[in-house]
Design a protein around this ligand. Structure first.
Ligand code: SF4
Length: 356
């Protein structure tokens, strides 16, 4: 019988790897920067042996710092980005640094997707990429994803998941109450269903696919500015797979994997990185902690990932201040439902209990 998830974790020594990784995360700044330099060169040399080119996937401050860090150690990898999704001040820095600007993926008619079309066609990116993916699975039941749907509602996995009872596949009770209703009949539960679609495809069509397509075309693999300390879906795989990963379908380097926010800000200062205006400037508090005076993190302004955990004024509030017209469009008019009624993020935020 095929190996299940738990057996795989034990075979690859996942616990040991995670423990080793955590030790490195506690090292000092100089150690980490040196470690990043060694890993970045290791990746570069291994790619050269495999006849692969390298590039940097660039977005906000972290990956801008990565691009300049690589340049500073003699790795002149081209930067690529779907810049138009970023804030104007980030776009300006991309331009200054010669980052290649990509368009979103094309629709079947050959025209690039617009964000509103993605929301309309696939649904809203809300809560987190992981939760949105689960809700999307529930909204699109097939014979093939039956076991997964069962696991999302109950936490019980099948053979591949090692017959676990309380696996992480289960959606949290809070969101099951709101989004689990698609399985009411199958599972004998009584959960709610929203009157909008949810999806994690937005990132895929607007960001990931264009970068993947570019990479294929250029026979190139990426350096990414990911840090495990930022948490999220990829933190665990960064800990298990380490900075450089040469898998069957994925090859990537994340030289900053063991960094934390302080390390990246210190490196940005040391390298004289042009800080996009949206972040303000990098300053030091009395206790020595570095911070950016304006935005701490950036991303698309109208994205629902993480919105339920943000304090007010949250990112939608900030857009309202900056550009009330754009805000109104995304809140009330970007989509049309089956009754011909215009709607937008307001419907989604009302449903998940986020004020605006
Ligand atoms: S960050 Fe959010 S809004 Fe931006 S592409 Fe990804 S899902 Fe879409």
């Amino acid at each position: 019988m095929a190996e299940n998830v738990l057996e795989r974790m034990s075979r690859i020594g996942a616990d040991r790897k995670i423990a080793d990784f955590k030790v490195k995360q506690k090292e000092n700044y100089d150690f980490k920067v040196n470690y990043a330099r060694i890993r970045a060169w290791e990746f570069y040399n291994e790619c050269a042996k495999r006849d692969l080119n390298v590039h940097v996937s660039v977005g906000g401050l972290d990956s801008i710092t990565l691009l300049l860090f690589l340049r500073s150690i003699g790795i002149d990898a081209p930067g690529i980005s779907v810049s138009y999704l970023e804030d104007k001040s980030i776009m300006a820095v991309h331009k200054k640094l010669g980052v290649v600007s990509l368009k979103p993926a094309n629709k079947a008619d050959g025209v690039p997707w617009k964000k509103s079309e993605i929301l309309q066609e696939f649904g809203f990116p809300v809560l987190s990429k992981e939760i949105a993916g689960k809700i999307e699975t529930l909204q699109h039941p097939t014979g093939k994803n039956k076991t997964v749907r069962h696991a999302i509602i109950t936490g019980e996995t099948g053979a591949y998941g090692g017959y676990q009872k309380n696996s992480r596949m289960k959606m949290s009770q809070k969101w099951l109450e709101k989004f689990g209703g698609y399985e009411n009949e199958n599972e004998g539960v009584n959960y709610g269903t929203p009157n909008f679609k949810v999806s994690s495809k937005c990132c895929y069509y607007l960001k990931e696919k264009p970068c993947d397509d570019w990479a294929k075309e250029h026979n190139s693999v990426p350096y990414l500015g990911l840090m495990a300390s930022e948490g999220g879906r990829r933190a665990k795989s960064l800990m298990i797979n380490g900075c450089n990963y040469f898998g069957k379908s994925t090859i990537r380097s994340a030289p900053f994997a063991i960094f934390n926010r302080q390390d990246i800000l210190q490196l940005a200062l040391d390298l004289n990185v042009p800080v996009p205006e949206i972040y303000g400037t990098i300053e030091r508090k009395e206790d020595g902690t570095l911070y950016t005076t304006k935005a701490q993190r950036t991303g698309c302004s109208m994205c629902g990932f993480g919105i339920h955990m943000e304090k007010r004024p949250h990112r939608f509030d900030l857009l309202k201040e900056r550009n009330p017209k754009e805000w109104e469009y995304w809140m009330y008019n970007c989509c049309t439902d089956e009754n011909g009624e215009k709607y937008g993020w307001a419907r989604v935020l009302d449903y998940i209990g986020v004020g605006y």
